[in-house]
Ligand binder design. Structure first.
Ligand SMILES: *[C@@H]1O[C@H](CO)[C@@H](O)[C@H](O)[C@H]1NC(C)=O
Ligand SMILES: *[C@@H]1O[C@H](CO)[C@@H](O)[C@H](O)[C@H]1NC(C)=O
Ligand SMILES: *[C@@H]1O[C@H](CO)[C@@H](O)[C@H](O)[C@H]1NC(C)=O
Ligand SMILES: *[C@@H]1O[C@H](CO)[C@@H](O)[C@H](O)[C@H]1NC(C)=O
Ligand SMILES: *[C@@H]1O[C@H](CO)[C@@H](O)[C@H](O)[C@H]1NC(C)=O
Length: 324
């Protein structure tokens, strides 16, 4: 049973393999026929901002179809370049193709050639590259660091590629004059006004002419130096000291000016209060505080009046309440 089943299984597998093999050969033949009839375009390459190729040998009127892939990742799809299914031998690369890969093939009737692939589109092929800029601030300084999106420009043009770093001060919504520095070096140190907000941008120069796009603006506030912080603190201390001194001065001046008015207020207390009154004060009640003016010649009488007044007022109040 088992053996019989096993043999049948084996023969099934052999049949399947044969099928697959025949199929593969068939497909290969078809493929061979397809590709053998038409030679592919020759010398597919990026040159400046063009993708260009040559005619396949011994072919005159063929069409070329062109496809591109956004990146070199294998899972990416190939897209038709719709504008290009013609006999032309080149294609202008626009900025949106940065980083893409192309492939081109010849077509004639139902025949198609195999694909021929280009290299990756780099800065040197599109006029839209922007240097990568980074800012880092230190007291009184800013370090502007630039980098290339890829090495192609530098590789092809060397010293003729420069950075044009421009910067300006932003002040309460206003802008100062734009200054710019042209440099070959990737690192630039600028000494700037502390505590101020500066904005920066950078663009490539190619043979002293602007090349590619201008970078986005990047802004930073320049921190103050230690000396500035110190001197500001010192200024603060000095001004507070001055203010306190001035206030003391004013106070002393006022005291001195009203000396005569203040004096009788103080003096009679000390000189004229009889001992038994002092004891009365110490005992807790303070009628003296209620003394309306220093014009009272005799404290005794003043107090008496006050006491009488208070009690009479009280009585009046009580009477009124009773009336109501
Ligand atoms: C290009 O055009 C030909 C006929 O004009 C067509 O057979 C072919 O499929 C087209 N290719 C693409 C990629 O559109
Ligand atoms: C590209 O064009 C060919 C021929 O016209 C077509 O068969 C294919 O589906 C197209 N591919 C895409 C991704 O549009
Ligand atoms: C550098 O950039 C500034 C600001 O964009 C611009 O005014 C200046 O003309 C540029 N310099 C050169 C040499 O192109
Ligand atoms: C570059 O600038 C052009 C216009 O000057 C603009 O259309 C394009 O979108 C910019 N590209 C990038 C990548 O910023
Ligand atoms: C520049 O700014 C635009 C819009 O804010 C943004 O889409 C783009 O990614 C920025 N470019 C860079 C290089 O940061």
């Amino acid at each position: 049973m088992d053996r019989f089943h096993g043999e049948r299984y084996e023969s099934k597998i052999i049949k399947m393999i044969r099928h697959v093999f025949v199929g593969a050969v068939f497909m290969l033949l078809i493929n061979f026929e397809g590709t053998s009839c038409l030679n592919p375009p020759q010398g597919v390459k990026l040159f400046g901002s063009y993708l260009q190729w040559k005619k396949p040998p011994d072919e005159d009127s063929v069409l070329y179809s062109l496809q591109y892939k956004r990146s070199f990742k294998s899972e990416d799809e190939w897209y038709n370049v719709t504008s290009h299914n013609k006999t032309e031998l080149r294609f202008k690369i626009t900025p949106e193709f940065y980083g893409a890969e192309f492939r081109v093939r010849a077509e004639k009737g139902n025949n198609t050639s195999e694909w021929k692939y280009s290299t990756k589109v780099q800065c040197v092929n599109t006029n839209a590259c922007v240097p990568v800029m980074k800012l880092s601030v230190k007291p009184g300084k800013v370090y502007v660091t630039m980098d290339h999106m890829d090495g192609s420009l530098k590789y092809e043009h060397g010293e003729h590629i420069q950075f044009n770093v421009s910067f300006w001060k932003v002040d309460n919504g206003g802008y100062s004059k734009v200054e710019s520095i042209i440099t070959n070096s990737k690192k630039q140190i600028l000494e700037l006004e502390s505590g101020q907000n500066y904005c920066f941008q950078v663009q490539y120069l190619f043979y002293d002419k602007p090349y590619g796009n201008i970078s986005n603006q990047s802004c930073a506030i320049i921190p103050e130096t230690l000396e500035m912080v110190k001197s500001r603190d010192l200024l603060f201390i000095i001004s507070t000291t001055l203010l306190v001194t001035a206030m003391c001065g004013v106070f002393i001046f006022l005291l001195f000016k009203h000396h005569k008015k203040v004096k009788p207020l103080l003096q009679p207390l000390r000189l004229e209060i009889p001992d038994h009154y002092l004891e009365f004060i110490r005992s807790g009640e303070f009628p003296l505080q209620a003394c309306p003016s220093p014009s009272c010649q005799s404290l005794q009488s003043c107090d008496m009046i006050l006491v009488i007044e208070n009690s009479s007022v009280k009585q009046k109040g009580q009477e009124e309440e009773q009336v109501v």
